[in-house]
Design a protein around this ligand. Structure first.
Ligand code: PLP
Length: 465
């Protein structure tokens, strides 16, 4: 493709994306296709001769769009949101256009230094503990996902011990994300040495039970080495008591990792900075701008208190990567902070987002979503046949119909197959629970109101049948 053709089709592609985002609200939120429908529309084999770009763009509408679940619809209330924004899309585009590899400082100094700098900015923006700043022994790095962040933290904790892996014990709550269990499995921790600690009535990890389990394990000759606490659990948005958990971790010299994947971004508003109370006791922390900070997937900000431990765990220097800058010890080589060697210029999109919206612009979205969720919770509370399962601390409302699992299951299935909104469910106290997760940038009062009307109407129809 020549430069002129690239310009032409580039403009057309941006137009296509803008049109998609302008009209996404009219599309079914959950894809209505059957398994295999998309592949049936694709040719059996790859084209031998190149095709026209016009045809390729047309097939986006014909083949791809019908097979999408539209995460960017303002009526998307499932899982947690995957934030995007125009500045972030443009940042991704520039990153693709530059095509640089940031594995070493030397392979593109701007890629490394912008990342370090933007991650330091975020510490001030979210009032995170200063121990994570690059000017201390700590530092931040962008990982692809919160799952990777939990894994590399666990590996760093494991490597500093040099102990028998069969003796190592991981702790997290029964409500923690499944990525913690996966991290333990990938890092070779025995399955029976992953201890899930029970939670209180608000689904927060019980520090007393954690303490008791640790003491029991030490008595049986095991080595407690990693606690993963959560700020904003996936099922109920519980915020674990970091101060108490951190104190226990310090007494027993256990690595404390805090997973704020979804909720960390809330701390951009001063009134929600309480969610990180006690975070200064953590060895590592992560949150996902790719969920709630208008930044395209993938972008997890991961911080450590002692970068030397992370680098010790992950650094290998083959001959072909040796260079003067690395040898000087004056630079960061981010390949030593992650599992893979290669890395994209991911900080560009975050830099674009932060500069375009500013702190106040980002605060607007967080405040809006939390206010909408609180209003939705009030509607649930005042309905005779629905109940709130837990008071929502932020923007996730967990609720259910009082008549039990069967009706809740029908409600969610009917709603999702209508394509009008998309909700997902979880189990809390063994009971099916509906989750209303409000965090899509374009979601407004009207969308939440319509969603509630649809939920009530669907429930009524099922009750009357
Ligand atoms: N931790 C929590 C609390 C989450 O809610 C999620 C995903 O929703 C994850 C971790 C996993 O995030 P990622 O997809 O970035 O690995």
């Amino acid at each position: 493709m020549s430069s002129d053709e690239f310009r032409h089709w580039g403009y057309q592609t941006i137009d296509w994306i803008a049109n998609y985002l302008e009209t996404v609200e009219q599309l079914p939120v959950l894809s209505q296709l059957e398994p295999g429908d998309i592949r049936a529309k694709l040719p059996e084999t790859a084209p031998v001769k190149g095709e026209s770009f016009a045809d390729i763009l047309q097939d986006l509408d014909k083949i791809i769009v019908p097979g999408l679940t539209n995460w960017q619809s303002p009526n998307f209330f499932a899982f947690f949101p995957t934030g995007i924004s125009a500045p972030s899309i443009l940042g991704e585009l520039v990153s693709a256009g530059l095509g640089v590899q940031g594995m070493l400082w030397a392979t593109s100094p701007a890629c490394t230094e912008l990342e370090t700098h933007v991650l330091d900015w975020l510490i001030d923006m979210l009032k995170l503990p200063s121990q994570f700043k690059s000017s201390t022994t700590g530092g931040g790095v962008i990982q692809d996902s919160a799952s990777s962040a939990s894994l590399v933290a666990l590996i760093a904790a494991r490597e500093q011990l040099k102990a028998d892996i069969n003796q190592l014990v991981v702790y997290t709550s029964t409500q923690a994300h499944s990525s913690i269990e996966k991290a333990a499995r990938v890092a070779g921790i025995k399955q029976e040495n992953l201890h899930l600690i029970e939670v209180d009535a608000d689904y927060r990890m019980c520090p007393e039970l954690l303490q008791q389990q640790i003491v029991r394990d030490i008595k049986s000759g095991l080595i407690p080495f990693y606690i993963a606490a959560t700020v904003g659990t996936t099922s109920s948005h519980a915020i674990d008591p970091l101060t108490e958990i951190g104190a226990i971790a310090q007494v027993h010299n256990i690595w404390l990792h805090v997973d704020g994947a979804m909720s960390g971004t809330a701390a951009i508003c001063p009134e929600y900075q309480w969610i990180h109370q006690g975070l200064e006791l953590a060895d590592s922390y992560c949150f996902n701008p790719h969920k709630w900070m208008l930044t395209n997937f993938d972008c997890t900000c991961f911080y450590v208190k002692d970068r030397a431990k992370l680098i010790h765990a992950l650094s290998i220097m083959p001959e072909f990567l040796k260079n003067q800058a690395s040898t000087s010890g004056k630079v960061i080589d981010y390949r030593d902070w992650q599992i893979s060697l290669g890395r994209r210029f991911r900080s560009l999109k975050l830099w674009f987002v932060i500069r375009h919206y500013g702190i106040e612009g980002l605060q607007y979205y967080i405040s809006k979503h939390i206010a909408l969720a609180q209003e939705f919770a009030e509607c649930v509370k005042s309905h005779p046949r629905f109940e709130l399962v837990v008071n929502p601390p932020l923007n996730l409302v967990c609720f259910r119909h009082k008549l039990g699992d069967a009706i809740n299951e029908k409600i969610i299935n009917n709603i999702n197959s209508s394509g009008k909104i998309y909700l997902t469910s979880t189990k809390l106290e063994q009971k099916l629970t509906l989750r209303m997760s409000i965090g899509q940038a374009t979601t407004d009062k009207i969308h939440v109101k319509q969603a509630w009307q649809l939920i009530c109407k669907t429930a009524e129809e099922i009750e009357n049948n």
